[in-house]
Design a protein around this ligand. Structure first.
Ligand SMILES: Cc1cc2nc3c(=O)[nH]c(=O)nc-3n(C[C@H](O)[C@H](O)[C@H](O)COP(=O)(O)OP(=O)(O)OC[C@H]3O[C@@H](n4cnc5c(N)ncnc54)[C@H](O)[C@@H]3O)c2cc1C
Length: 308
């Protein structure tokens, strides 16, 4: 039997790899075609075996955290897609104030846990629906805070199987960017420096106030990827798009959100192509009115019609 004829493979460390799995269930946009192969490892060993298998087979690797910053094409993705959502180990060191967290840990859950224990420093992140791996790669930020403020180091796996610890300086952090983007490196875990020993009630109150502010100002009730475009500082993409009269503009099931113009939401039944075309339309409109080229913050993966 050739590789292409398998529906499911079981490789080392009892790791199950499935063929042709829809990625719509793995992105917050709820769109995206199938992965050629998909694995959701439940241990570091399984993740390592998966990467070794893909390297042996000459397949490209794509890592998905919560899929909250991704637009995946309706055609899907070739190669192996690794979903980290089951990798959630964590260790809190009260003496140093450092936490070591595995790549798949959901950020909102981590923030509430930190609040409960009176650890300050991550309150800003509660509205970011990503995972530890995703925020480390994206240098996610909000409310004046960002990952690079507290990240100490990240443990990464190379496609050839070797592990490397990269310190903050080596990660090349900038506004929503790191040198991990566009590489085949897999973040396994990260260490953050936080401040333990604070009043849990105070940390909880700050966390809650950040979340409430988000719920009031952003369309959390509909599928989206958060902010679609980077801000062309000192201007904001949201203001430029709103001033271009695009709020509510719709292509297929994709709409520029009424609540926040830098969000494109899936109103139901949107395809990745609808969203992609709407991104192009917003870019063209803003460019023609203001002479500013908006650059996507969302990672666009797979094949799309190049004319848009
Ligand atoms: C409602 C909403 C609100 C949002 N608000 C914010 C906000 O305030 N601030 C902000 O910065 N972002 C925000 N986002 C965007 C998103 O949550 C962040 O970009 C987040 O960092 C993505 O994490 P993720 O785990 O979902 O990554 P994914 O979307 O799954 O992946 C993002 C990128 O990281 C890579 N990646 C993910 N995990 C790994 C890993 N373990 N190893 C190697 N590469 C990996 C992927 O290949 C991809 O290139 C928002 C999104 C939504 C839907």
């Amino acid at each position: 039997m050739t590789l292409a004829q398998h529906r499911t493979l079981v490789i080392e460390a009892d790791t199950q790899i499935n063929a042709e799995v829809s990625l719509a269930d793995f992105t917050t946009y709820r769109v995206g075609g199938p992965a050629q192969w998909l694995v959701t490892p439940t241990s570091t060993e399984q993740l390592q075996s998966s990467v070794a298998w893909a390297t042996r087979e000459g397949l490209p690797i794509t890592v998905l955290g919560a899929g909250s910053n991704l637009l995946i094409s309706d055609e899907g993705l070739p190669g192996l897609v690794i979903v980290t959502r089951h990798l959630r180990d964590q260790h809190f060191d009260e003496t140093s104030g450092r936490i070591t967290v595995a790549a798949g840990k959901p950020i909102p859950r981590l923030c509430w846990q930190l609040a409960k224990q009176g650890w300050a420093g991550f309150e800003w992140a509660v509205g970011v629906p990503g995972t530890v791996g995703g925020v480390v790669v994206m240098n996610a930020g909000a409310h004046g805070g960002s990952v690079s403020d507290s990240l100490v180091e990240a443990l990464v796996l190379h496609p050839d199987g070797h592990l490397q610890t990269l310190g903050r300086e080596e990660l090349g952090y900038g506004y929503r960017s790191s040198c991990l983007q566009g590489t085949q490196l897999v973040v396994l875990q990260a260490v953050f420096q936080l401040t333990p020993g604070r009043s849990p009630a105070e940390v909880h109150a700050r966390t809650e106030s950040h979340l409430n502010h988000r719920l009031e100002t952003q369309p959390y009730e509909l599928p989206s990827c958060g902010s679609v475009f980077r801000n062309p500082l000192p201007q904001t993409s949201g203001a430029l798009i709103e001033q271009s009269g695009l709020k509510g503009f719709q292509i297929g099931g994709a709409q520029v959100a009424e609540k926040h113009a830098n969000f494109i939401v899936n109103r139901g039944g949107a395809t990745a192509t609808d969203i992609y075309h709407l991104i192009g339309h917003v870019q063209q409109t803003v460019k023609s009115l203001w002479g500013i080229q908006l650059r996507p913050e969302v990672k666009i993966l797979g094949k799309f019609d190049p004319q848009f």
